[in-house]
Design a binder for this molecule. Structure first.
Ligand code: 4NP
Length: 157
């Protein structure tokens, strides 16, 4: 099984959304038994909390249920448990590189590198912004999720 971990700062907005969108995509494609999906935050501020209600509402409008998720913090062992670690922005990427054990950095990617058409390399943090930010986050995540799945199909399935 290929295992994929999405990581943002709080694990209550962007990475839970990516976990939900990507899981929904692979289940729709009949790949639920082939690919494992999880998410985590570089920070510990929201550990144990469900996703932000604004993220849940925006995802629900697109048929993605985030309600069962609970936030956890990323740990060094994630680099031996997951094949792909997808950072939502360059800050997260830098913090994850610092967390990575020597020789395991190749597992780490910037998520939007799988969305080459996107106008940005960072999924913007919607936490302090308006509701529109959550839909923009979903647009970016849906595009990168399709790109990531195409990459996994090509290299592993
Ligand atoms: P996330 O958004 O990284 O997409 O989960 C954030 C949520 C909470 C905070 C920062 C970012 N915070 O500082 O509490």
């Amino acid at each position: 099984m290929i295992k994929v971990l999405f990581v943002c700062l709080g694990n209550i907005c962007r990475s839970p959304t990516a976990e939900g969108v990507f899981r929904t995509l692979i289940e729709r494609e009949g790949l639920g038994d082939m690919i494992g999906v999880d998410s985590a935050g570089t920070g510990a501020y929201h550990v144990g909390e469900p996703p932000d209600r604004r993220s849940q509402a925006a995802a629900r409008k697109r048929g993605v249920d985030l309600s069962g998720q609970r936030a956890r913090q990323a740990i060094a062992e994630d680099f031996t448990r997951f094949d792909y670690i997808l950072a939502m922005d360059r800050d997260n990427h830098g913090n994850l590189r610092a967390l990575s054990p020597d020789g395991e950095e190749h597992r780490l990617h910037l998520f939007l590198d799988f969305a080459p058409g996107a106008e940005t390399r960072d999924v913007p943090d919607p936490y302090y912004g308006g509701a529109g930010g959550f839909d923009h986050v979903l647009d970016l995540i849906e595009e990168a999720s399709r790109g990531l799945l195409a990459h996994i199909r090509k290299h592993h399935l």
